[in-house]
Design a protein around this ligand. Sequence first.
Ligand SMILES: Nc1ncnc2c1ncn2[C@@H]1O[C@H](COP(=O)(O)OP(=O)(O)OP(=O)(O)O)[C@@H](O)[C@H]1O
Length: 263
Amino acid sequence: MKEEPVLEVENFSVYFHQSCQVIKAVDDISFQVYPAGVTALVGESGCGKTVTALSVLGLLKAQGVETRGAIRLKGRNLRELTGEELRRLRGKQMAMIFQDPQNALNPVLKVETQVMEAIACHQRISGSGAKEMALRLLSRVGLADPRRVLAKYPFQLSGGMCQRVMIAIAFALSPDLLIADEPTTALDVTVQAQILAELRRLKNELGTGIMLITHDLGVVAEIADLVCVMKEGKIVESGTVFDIFQNPRHSYTKKLLNSVLPV
Ligand SMILES: Nc1ncnc2c1ncn2[C@@H]1O[C@H](COP(=O)(O)OP(=O)(O)OP(=O)(O)O)[C@@H](O)[C@H]1O
């Protein structure tokens, strides 16, 4: 029997109505993310990856925006929920990590305040209990001296350490879905590999499904199971990572692959 998807996006579109034109940012896309699986949305800048991610999170706010189709998280259509219901789901059932971890954290608050706030938002837990949990979360993402990290401001940490803190916050409540938007793009290559290994370990441990947004097919090969290739708002090709790399059918996919694979 086939496993139920954590996330199911079905015939989903986002159109921006402007005074003299309609921008079809996302145009009738469908894909699934499975528990402990990674589905990658790949494509060049402007193809609609971020608009899709923001729509899943219920954070797409713009004038003149029209959306169609369904986004289901564990069977619940997110498009039918109120803003308050969506807010409760974010952090608890779905979380996000971003490209630029140093800027995604609040620069004027110590790591301790930020991790504890994330815990307190969704869990009834006392001060000392929350601190214990914060220390556990930071060690779980491979930060060797969590007490020292908690006492720092983001600018006192490297990009890789900040991304580990973001991952600790994102996985704090074992979400069903993690949206990772270019999670390693801002990091150097050795740190990239460590962060991907950490994501792989955590999603396997906790059963979290990951929707990965990237333009980097190297990252896709490293961690994804399913791949959707996007161009101008549409999914032009999708399949397992093996199919897409071994037997690309669409000319755009071949072009993307040619740009990263040695000839
Ligand atoms: N608020 C908005 N109003 C009008 N058009 C928008 C808005 N937000 C995004 N777009 C357009 O939607 C399209 C998709 O943008 P999106 O940011 O999702 O691309 P992307 O694939 O994430 O690119 P990148 O990799 O550069 O982030 C682009 O043409 C963009 O200009």
